[in-house]
Design a protein around this ligand. Structure first.
Ligand code: NAD
Ligand code: UGA
Length: 317
C-alpha cells in the first residue's frame, strides 16, 4: 500500500486522524500551512507525537502553492481536512481567506488527485452547509441553504468533490461533520472556550439565549468515520457520496453549561451577548444512511467526551 495524505494534519481533527492512522500501521504524509487563525504552538503540540514516528512525514506548505504532483507521488488515499474553519468570522474581508483555503485549495487538490491517477479523496465538509432548514433531523438529500459565508464555501467544495466524481470518475466522499469536540479542540470553539473560562474563573460568553442546539460529535467518532469512509473510497464505493457524521447527543448551549458544572464541579459564570450572524439555530442529524452505508455509529457520550476534554484542558495549563 502507498502512503495516506492528510491535509490539515496539524489541526484539531487532522492531528487525531494522523495519530489513529499511524497506530493502524499506515504510512502517512501530513501537510499543513500552520495558518495563523490560532497560535501555531497549539498545532505543533497537536502533531508532536506523530512527528517522532518513523512512518510519518510532515510537509509545511500551503495547498494553494505547493507542488501537488510531488506531494501525491506514492499516495493512494487523501483525507482532505485543511481549510479555514469557524462560522462567525467568515463575514467581511475574511471571506477571501475562506474562499482561498476552502474552495480554491480543494479545486487544486481535486485536479492534482485526478492527474495523479485518480487518487481517492475523503473531504471534511460541514453541517453548516445545511443552514436553518424547516425540517429536522437533517438528511443528506435535503436542499442545503447555508446561513454563513463559511457554510457557502464548504458547500461549494462539497459540490466540487461530487462533480469530479461524476464527470471525471475521481472517487470522492464528503462527510458533513457536526460540531466536533474533544481534546485539542480549536480555541475559538464553544467547549474549549467554556472549559478554559471555568478553569481560569472567568465569565463565559453566551451568544443569544443559549437555547440553540447542536448535535455534538466527539473527535474519536469523527476519526472512526474518516477511516470507514477512506476504506469505502479506496474500494470505489459511494463515489461522489455525502454522509452526515454526528454524535447523536443533541444539546442546547444551556444544557452544555449544566453538564460542564457536573463535570468540573464548578458553577460557570455566564454573560449573555447578542446572537451571532452566521450561527444556525439548531443542528440534529439523521445518521441512518451513514450507518447503513459506512457502518458508522458514534460511541462516545457527551458526558464522557466532555470529561476527556476537561482533563486535556487541565493538562494544557
Ligand atoms: P483546524 O483549523 O484546527 O485545522 C485545519 C488545518 O488546516 C489548520 O491546521 C490549518 O493550518 C490548515 N490549513 C488551512 N488552510 C490550509 C492550506 N491552504 N494549506 C494547508 N493547510 C491549511 O480546524 P478543525 O476544526 O480541525 O477542522 C478541520 C476541517 O474540518 C476543516 O476543513 C473544517 O472546515 C472541517 N469541519 C470542522 C468541524 C469542527 O467542528 N471542528 C465541523 C465541520 C467541519
Ligand atoms: C462548529 C465549527 O466551528 C465549524 O468549523 C463547523 O463547520 C461547524 O461546527 C459544523 O458543525 O459544521 P459551531 O457549531 O458554531 O461551529 O461550534 P462552536 O463554536 O462550538 O459553537 C457551538 C454553539 O455555542 C454555537 O451555537 C455558538 O453560538 C455557541 N457559542 C460559541 C457561545 O455561545 N459562546 C462562545 O463563546 C462560543
Amino acid at each position: 500500500m502507498g502512503r495516506v495524505l492528510v491535509t490539515g494534519a496539524a489541526g484539531f481533527i487532522g492531528s487525531h486522524l494522523v495519530d489513529a492512522l499511524l497506530t493502524d500501521g499506515q504510512r502517512v504524509t501530513g501537510v499543513d500551512c500552520f495558518a495563523d487563525y490560532y497560535d501555531r504552538r497549539i498545532k505543533e503540540q497537536n502533531i508532536a507525537a506523530a512527528t517522532g514516528h518513523a512512518n510519518f512525514r510532515l510537509v509545511e506548505a500551503d495547498l494553494n502553492t505547493v507542488d501537488l504532483a510531488s506531494l501525491l507521488q506514492d499516495v493512494d488515499l487523501i483525507y482532505h481536512l485543511a481549510g479555514q474553519p469557524g462560522v462567525r468570522g467568515s463575514w467581511g474581508g475574511q471571506f477571501e481567506v475562506y474562499t482561498r483555503n476552502n474552495i480554491l485549495a480543494t479545486q487544486r487538490l481535486l485536479e492534482a488527485a485526478m492527474n495523479a491517477g485518480h487518487v481517492p479523496l475523503v473531504y471534511a465538509s460541514s453541517s453548516s452547509a445545511y443552514g436553518n432548514l424547516p425540517t429536522m433531523p437533517l438528511q443528506e438529500e435535503m436542499t442545503p441553504a447555508p446561513v454563513s459565508p463559511y457554510g457557502v464555501t464548504k458547500l461549494a467544495a462539497e459540490h466540487l468533490c461530487r462533480l469530479y466524481s461524476a464527470v471525471h470518475g475521481l472517487p470522492t466522499i464528503s462527510l458533513r461533520l457536526f460540531t466536533v469536540y474533544g481534546p485539542r479542540q480549536r480555541p475559538d470553539m464553544a467547549f474549549q472556550r467554556f472549559l478554559t473560562a471555568v478553569l481560569e474563573n472567568r465569565e463565559i460568553a453566551i451568544y443569544g439565549d443559549g437555547c440553540q442546539t447542536r448535535d455534538f460529535t466527539f473527535v474519536a467518532d469523527v476519526v472512526q468515520a474518516f477511516q470507514l469512509a477512506g476504506a469505502a473510497c479506496r474500494a470505489g464505493q459511494h463515489e461522489g457520496g455525502l454522509f452526515n457524521i454526528a454524535g447523536g447527543t443533541r444539546a442546547s448551549v444551556n444544557q452544555i453549561l449544566e453538564q460542564i458544572a457536573m463535570t468540573t464541579d464548578r458553577q460557570p459564570l455566564k454573560r449573555c451577548f447578542p446572537a451571532q450572524p452566521g450561527d444556525v439555530r439548531d443542528t440534529w442529524a439523521n445518521t441512518r444512511w451513514t450507518a447503513a452505508s459506512l457502518g458508522f455509529s458514534a460511541q462516545v457520550t457527551l458526558a464522557d467526551g466532555l470529561e476527556h476534554q476537561w482533563r486535556h484542558v487541565n493538562r494544557q495549563v
